[in-house]
Design a protein around this ligand. Structure first.
Ligand SMILES: NC(=O)c1ccc[n+]([C@@H]2O[C@H](COP(=O)([O-])OP(=O)(O)OC[C@H]3O[C@@H](n4cnc5c(N)ncnc54)[C@H](O)[C@@H]3O)[C@@H](O)[C@H]2O)c1
Length: 287
């Protein structure tokens, strides 16, 4: 399929990411159908999108015509069959559970036209883990947006060993036509690029803190003022959740058995004390 033939997009999962990915594509002129297994999530997504669009107009960021066009390009499908039936591209953004994702890919393979490309927005699963649930692995790849997907400028496109070069080209161009700068990964690797860089920084930062070399405030100061990061690793962890940081590391340690993947002491202590960050009023910092 050539990019000019890609007109209809199906987004599966209307949560935090799916609703933004859908609106972003609709805003860039694609005809989008959004779907979710939960009726409440669909209704919450619709309300969120309507409020977001209204706030864009209010702030003078979108014209009324632009906002109307974006909304006219976006439909809320009653079920997956309706969303998938005429899709040229399906983007999966359901919960981060491999079994659920494999079922969704098998369903998409059954319901989408044979030409359709199937992409996953997963933050951790490479598309090899879902491609074999379909009969079209050459048309399966990762298309990884960052949160907030309407704002963040980059997306990562990951070429799996099963992915055809045309599929990769199509996704790179789709990203560009959605106002994004795509980053291409030529081979699959857990965490892709941006999250691996983030993990490396966080690993070094927590090891310096646990080793007693500096306080977390000083380490954040170095990241922010010496390296120019908008937020130091500890401030960022407080924002995204110390509990999430703990759970990700526990799961990785369980999978690899490597000592270096264990949750570091400074995270474990705060997790056990219920100091999850901003959401509990205290993490590394007190709010
Ligand atoms: N949250 C982030 O910052 C972020 C960033 C990049 C990528 N991602 C990835 O995006 C995906 C979605 O994350 P999210 O944060 O939007 O999650 P979320 O929990 O906000 O949304 C997930 C949605 O999937 C729906 N769902 C569950 N099972 C389904 C099924 N079988 N069919 C259809 N819908 C189903 C749920 O009802 C829910 O609305 C995950 O793979 C995640 O790794 C998340």
């Amino acid at each position: 399929m050539k990019i000019d033939e890609l007109k209809r997009v199906c987004v599966v999962g209307a949560g935090l990411m799916g609703r933004q990915i859908a609106l972003n594509a609709a805003h860039h002129g694609f005809s989008v159908k959004l779907s979710d297994a939960s009726a409440e999530q669909m209704s919450a997504a619709r309300t969120w999108i309507e409020e977001y669009v209204a706030s864009r107009i209010e702030k003078g960021r979108w014209t009324k015509e632009e906002a109307d066009a974006a909304q006219a390009h976006l439909a809320y499908a009653a079920d997956l069959a309706e969303a998938a039936q005429d899709a040229d591209l399906a983007i999966e953004a359901v919960v981060e559970d491999l079994e659920v994702k494999r079922k969704v890919f098998a369903e998409l393979d059954r319901l989408c036209p044979p030409r359709a490309v199937l992409a996953t927005n997963s933050s951790t699963f490479v598309s090899s883990l879902v491609a074999d649930a379909t009969k079209r692995p050459a048309q399966v790849a990762n298309l990884h947006y960052f949160n907030p997907a309407l704002v963040m400028e980059v997306v990562e496109v990951v070429q799996g060993p099963h992915t055809a070069p045309e599929t990769v080209e199509l996704l790179l161009e789709f990203a560009r036509r959605n106002g994004k700068k795509p980053i291409l990964l030529k081979k699959e690797i857990e965490g892709f690029i941006a999250n691996r860089l983030l993990w490396a920084l966080a690993r070094e930062a927590t090891s310096l803190l646990d080793g007693g070399y500096a306080t977390f405030e000083e380490i954040d100061l170095a990241a922010e003022k010496a390296l120019g990061y908008p937020m130091g690793p500890f401030r960022l962890m407080d924002l995204t959740g110390v509990d999430l940081a703990y759970m990700i590391r526990t799961a990785r340690h369980k999978a690899t058995g490597r000592e270096e993947d264990k949750p570091p002491r400074c995270i474990e202590e705060r997790y056990r004390a219920g100091h999850y960050g901003r959401k509990t009023g205290r993490g590394f910092y007190t709010y």
